[in-house]
Design a protein around this ligand. Structure first.
Ligand code: ADP
Ligand code: ZN
Ligand code: MG
Length: 483
């Protein structure tokens, strides 16, 4: 039997606004002290009136435009009624039939599949509940209540976990590029729910199950694979899949039943009477569109063309916007120092040496003292042999941590590469004297003996010797002695 898996996503993202959605409280859901950013509106006191945060609406429309959506010229908020302690007014202000954005799509950047986006709407986040371990009581933190929350719903267009993860990662990147959301899954400001079904018929969708509490891309992929397998096993045994909401157990790596799925009519949606509907003119929409800067896929394509980078290398830069900007600035600085700028060298320093320093020092590049022009200067010195690559690495580490300019570090440490042949020959002879046996081996054709000898000269010169020149000095001495 062949089974066709289908997946659709519902994604919530907290928006990066100064204030909350319907009141003036600060939008800072991760505030460590609970119930600091609260007022009668976001606490749901009766008789208070909401007013909509235009900045949040702008961010949602911006996202919609970046995702090729149509924008509703007429839009409104609706009440979604439900009873739960995270929402004391017993309804969430959300959008039902007139979301700000609808009918968009995103083309997966690597798999190149088109994924339909059904809608993107705006709503308010609920409070956060903390349950005591004994299950006897719960505490409520309202810092998150009323934070602007975007909900994006895709069409059921995915057929594997791989496609879903690629979509989710690209969306995360787009939200970050647009400065719409911090989109951090671990911190809960990007939350994903996957709807999963399998069918024996490619033209017909099976019964879907919704999986919640997916806190990482890894969990997302694992849960989808698990659920596809669970549903196929059920059907193979002649059972039915029950439409329900399931949770993801991170420890057992399996999904578990949470509750049967509610229907839209359970929420008794109706238009929010305290907020006037919105009329968005074409000019307003174009004004928002004009604020959209370069998107990740545009940047990838430009990097491949402009810098002649492979798809993989441009992705390494693009997935980290700070790194991408740093790279571009360093390349442009390098071009002003050196006409034959070696772009690949800039790339290599950034993704190997700088990455290594980030790990070693526990400091991200953006928090380090290294500036693009410093890197450009080092690359140009290393590129034309003024300093050895060993020294370049040491100077890089020093600048990264301490922030003095590479010029200063090199001058202070007397680190310019030694290319003076007379001086190097003296050192080479010294090394030969101390290592007669190795020298003998080298003369008898052992090539790795040469590496050892060069290493010794490096040691004597604290890494400053020009390795190419030492190499030829040893060759020359060998020729003389064996002639
Ligand atoms: P509901 O009304 O139950 O919320 P929707 O039709 O609104 O269902 O869809 C919610 C999400 O589930 C969307 O992301 C959609 O793509 C996805 N979805 C709908 N039907 C299926 C299905 N049979 N299998 C997988 N995903 C589905
Ligand atoms: Zn408030
Ligand atoms: Mg739904």
């Amino acid at each position: 039997m062949k089974y066709y898996p289908t997946i659709g996503l519902e994604i919530h993202a907290e928006l990066l606004t100064e204030s909350k959605m319907f009141c003036d409280c600060k939008n800072d859901p991760l505030e460590t002290e609970p119930n600091i950013n609260v007022c009668p509106i976001c606490l749901g006191h009766p008789g208070t009136l909401p007013k909509a945060n235009w900045k949040a609406i702008e961010l949602v429309i911006k996202t919609g435009l970046a995702l090729n959506c149509r924008i509703n010229h007429f839009s409104k908020f609706d009440r979604k009624n439900y009873f739960y302690p995270d929402l004391p007014k017993a309804y969430q202000i959300s959008q039902y039939d007139q979301p700000f954005c609808y009918q968009g799509f995103l083309i997966l950047p690597f798999l190149k599949k088109r994924i339909g986006i059904r809608r993107i709407h705006l709503e308010e986040d609920a409070a956060k509940l903390f349950h005591s371990p004994d299950g006897k009581h719960s505490l409520v933190d309202f810092n998150r209540a009323g934070v602007p929350l975007m909900e994006l719903v895709t069409e059921p267009d995915f057929s594997s976990a791989q496609e879903v993860v690629e979509f989710a990662q690209e969306l995360q990147l787009i939200l970050r590029y647009l400065k719409v959301s911090a989109a951090d899954m671990e911190k809960g400001n990007l939350r994903l729910e996957a709807n999963i079904s399998v069918s024996q018929n490619s033209n017909e969708l099976g019964t879907k199950v919704e999986v919640k509490n997916l806190n990482s891309f890894r969990a997302l992929a694992k849960a989808i694979d698990y659920e596809i397998k669970r549903q196929i096993d059920l059907l193979e045994k002649g059972h039915q899949v029950v439409q329900e909401t399931r949770g993801w157990d991170e420890i057992k790596e399996e999904t578990f039943s949470q509750r049967s799925k509610e229907e839209a009519h359970d929420y008794r949606y109706f238009p929010e009477p305290d907020l006037p509907p919105f009329s968005l003119s074409a000019e307003m929409i174009e004004e928002i569109r004009s604020k959209i800067e370069e998107l990740p896929q545009e940047k990838r394509e430009r990097f491949e063309k402009e810098y002649n980078l492979s798809e993989k290398k441009s992705q390494v830069l693009v997935e980290n916007p700070y790194l991408a900007d740093f790279f571009e600035e360093a390349v442009s600085e390098l071009k002003s120092l050196n006409k034959e700028a070696d772009i690949n060298l800039v790339y290599n320093y950034l993704v190997s040496d700088v990455k290594g320093l980030e790990k070693e020092k526990g400091t991200l590049l953006e928090n380090s003292k290294l500036k693009p022009k410093d890197l450009a200067y080092l690359v140009s010195l290393a590129g034309n042999g003024k300093i050895s690559s060993r020294v370049a690495k040491d100077v890089l580490a020093k600048v990264f941590e301490e922030g003095s300019s590479p010029q200063e570090v090199i001058a202070a440490g007397n680190l310019e590469q030694v290319s003076d042949e007379n001086q190097l020959e003296k050192i080479a002879r010294l090394v030969i004297d101390k290592n007669q046996k190795v020298w003998y081996d080298y003369k008898n054709g052992k090539e790795n003996a040469l590496q050892f000898l060069i290493g010794q000269v490096m040691k004597e010169t604290k890494g400053k010797a020009n390795p190419k020149i030492i190499h030829s000095i040893f060759e020359e001495l060998k020729r003389k002695e064996t002639d």
